[in-house]
Design a protein around this ligand. Structure first.
Ligand SMILES: [Fe+2]
Length: 205
């Protein structure tokens, strides 16, 4: 699967690169899966759907493993457009990976469309509104939130309130039927964390 000739790098270099990348990706997958499952239950979806969206949440960026072998070692300054093109390929590559592994069609479709925006500005197919599979609409909001609330090489994590404000600025990308319940889940979690902190403080003092 790793195309060494194409990227002109040795196996050790690629493996170190992928290890660092993998840790971030796996942590992100776990968080998206957790949020997506919670949101699907909030939306009163059945158990099978909740399970599928959790699986898709875990694996949604699996295509980056293939895309990153194309990107390795390239010069960022000169190849931004090309790089973007490969990054955008990860949704379709991920779809192929899970389809080839025999995952249910519904899981594969969620992964294929997890970068579609509700207003039709996403990829790979510029789907609009309800044409985007429900699971993919759920993943979209959870994915962006999870990315904003985790540390990245170029910035620290945003707190949950700031992340929600940033999501609101981009709200045309999201389905409001999904976004509003998502907001209440985030607020609940903020409250829960505050209560836990209070209890910890009481124990300390
Ligand atoms: Fe993605």
């Amino acid at each position: 699967m790793i195309e060494l000739d194409r990227v002109g790098a040795n196996a050790e270099e690629i493996s170190a690169y992928l290890d660092a990348d993998l840790q971030t990706e796996i942590a992100h997958g776990i968080e998206v899966s957790r949020l997506a499952g919670k949101l699907a239950r909030e939306l009163k979806m059945d158990t099978a759907f909740c399970h599928d969206v959790e699986v898709a949440g875990m694996l949604h960026d699996i295509g980056k493993l293939r895309a990153s072998t194309y990107l390795y070692g390239r010069d960022d300054d000169t190849l931004n457009v090309e790089k973007m093109r490969y990054v955008r390929l990860h949704a379709g590559l991920g779809y192929e990976v899970v389809r080839d592994q025999g995952y249910p069609d519904r899981v594969c479709e969620m992964i294929l469309h997890h970068h579609e925006n509700y207003d039709g500005t996403g990829y790979p197919d510029n789907l609009v509104g309800e044409n985007i599979p429900l699971g993919a609409r759920i993943l979209r909001v959870c994915d962006v939130f999870a990315a904003l609330t985790s540390d990245r090489p170029y910035r620290k994590a945003f707190d949950s309130n700031t992340a929600v404000e940033l999501l609101i600025e981009e709200v045309r990308h999201f389905d409001m039927k999904i976004f509003l319940p998502f907001q209440s889940i985030v607020h609940e979690e903020i409250m829960e964390r505050a209560i836990n902190r209070d209890e910890e403080d009481k124990l300390v003092h």
